[in-house]
Ligand binder design. Sequence first.
Ligand SMILES: C[S@@+](CC[C@H](N)C(=O)[O-])C[C@H]1O[C@@H](n2cnc3c(N)ncnc32)[C@H](O)[C@@H]1O
Length: 208
Amino acid sequence: MKKLKLYWNERYQSLADEELSWTEVRPDLSLEWIEKLADRDDSIIDIGGGRSALIASLLGQGYTQLTHLDLSSVASRELQERLGEKANQINWICGSVLDFSSAATIDVWHDRAVFHFLTKAKDRQQYVKVLEQHLSPEGRVILATFHTSGPKKCSGLPICQYTSESLVREFNQWSETDWELELGAINDHVTPSGNVQVFQYSSLRKSR
Ligand SMILES: C[S@@+](CC[C@H](N)C(=O)[O-])C[C@H]1O[C@@H](n2cnc3c(N)ncnc32)[C@H](O)[C@@H]1O
């Protein structure tokens, strides 16, 4: 994990947002779904939030319980600097999602382009375990990964591609209770350099 942290820190240190393939000027689909699924006082975590504009947008829209988690201390620090005084309203966690541990309950778990880096089954199992330890009973998981018709690598690293259906199967494989799909979408992300990357977005919840 130390090597991976150095890798991500180096990416953020050497490249501006306009040079990072995953940068979205405005994370529209994430914002639209969070608006649908969450109340303003629900607790929301952005897993691998990097320097994404999501947290600042949510803060601007009046969400009050926000957590940003990322392995990269550089991304975390730079985003805090950008936010200035407002950074104090956010809970910042620097570390791997696989080691995440908190007494707090999460209502919305948002992850864009992190889960797909888990190419080892034991890491995906650990991810689902950690998530289930923290998610509230009515909690939602918004997961965006490269789609099966999308790229095979992200930021130079190998990834696993998904559809909404295969993601639900993946979660159910590691869980004692059933997960179901609430919302699903295929989304063309236009990178800052003008390439199109096909993502799948899924919102999962525990079956009732
Ligand atoms: C492709 S970027 C996506 C950033 C952001 N979610 C977005 O959509 O703009 C992946 C992010 O996940 C972070 N990351 C990678 N592996 C991680 C892990 N195991 N735990 C937490 N963050 C991780 C990286 O530091 C990076 O910020």
